[in-house]
Design a protein around this ligand. Sequence first.
Ligand code: NAD
Length: 287
Amino acid sequence: MAAGIIDGKAVAARVRATLKGEVAAFYAATGIQPGLATVLVGGDPASEVYVASKRKSSVAAGMADLHQHLAEDTSQAEVEELLRALAADPAVSGILLQLPVPAHLDAAALIDLIPFEKDVDGLTTMSVGLLAQNKPGLRPCTPSGVLELLDAYDVPIEGANVVVIGRSELVGRPVAQLLVNRNATVTIAHSRTRNLAEVCRGADIVVAAAGVKGLITADHIKPGATVIDVGIHRGPDGLSGDVDFGAVAEVAGLITPVPGGVGPMTIAMLLSNTLRAAELQYALALR
Ligand code: NAD
């Protein structure tokens, strides 16, 4: 295998350790303990696991766990009322509405009730606009984690040719925008892209976020390129990604494994966003 392995577990652990110190220092200086309000509607088993992990990690970082669990049949008006109360509560630094919400709810309308300074998922229309305009704000967690990994391994971004595969609101679009804001030359490929392999072969960095198992093969990769695999697929042999790891690792210069690459970064960046949110609210209150 030629490629170096990007160790997301180690980078995430470093981010979390640094953050724990920053949370303690912020608390000592301001008397404000950053608090994360995860909001779970219903009992989707996967969502329960994700939320439990976010709560545990936030407590480990020294933050307050302000979790809210609503019944599956909660009405739109009731969820809206809770979100408005959390938005107004000074103890709440960050609000995270766990997705997907039950089908009878309008997720987009709910998300947009989260004020930008508490939007730790970075998914509100306001946060998306701030990212598009390259103005300060909270950025989506997985895309931020991708940038953090590239920086941790000193991968040059400015002027680099990057192909992002996927254009979802959650991953593809924001990761492309973060990279443009760092002066990369970015191509966004998607399900209608022709000659994907040819498009990818021009890239210094490939970010695969298509949600298609093993889509990216050695044929897609320029020798020495950096390959970031955002995809997660559960199979009989455990987790795998959008990249054919064994074959691509023979060609790439650096590559993220699945598991242990981008995955661990998502919660680390959520915690980072929660502290940034607390700092932002503190700064706004001083104005
Ligand atoms: P999505 O289904 O919302 O979007 C997929 C995108 O890929 C679409 O824009 C589509 O146009 C594009 N696409 C689909 N098939 C393609 C093909 N054959 N060629 C080129 N482009 C194609 O998915 P998502 O929410 O963006 O997630 C993408 C993947 O990342 C999934 O596997 C998901 O599980 C994973 N994910 C991982 C994390 C993490 O923490 N590591 C977080 C979020 C999502």
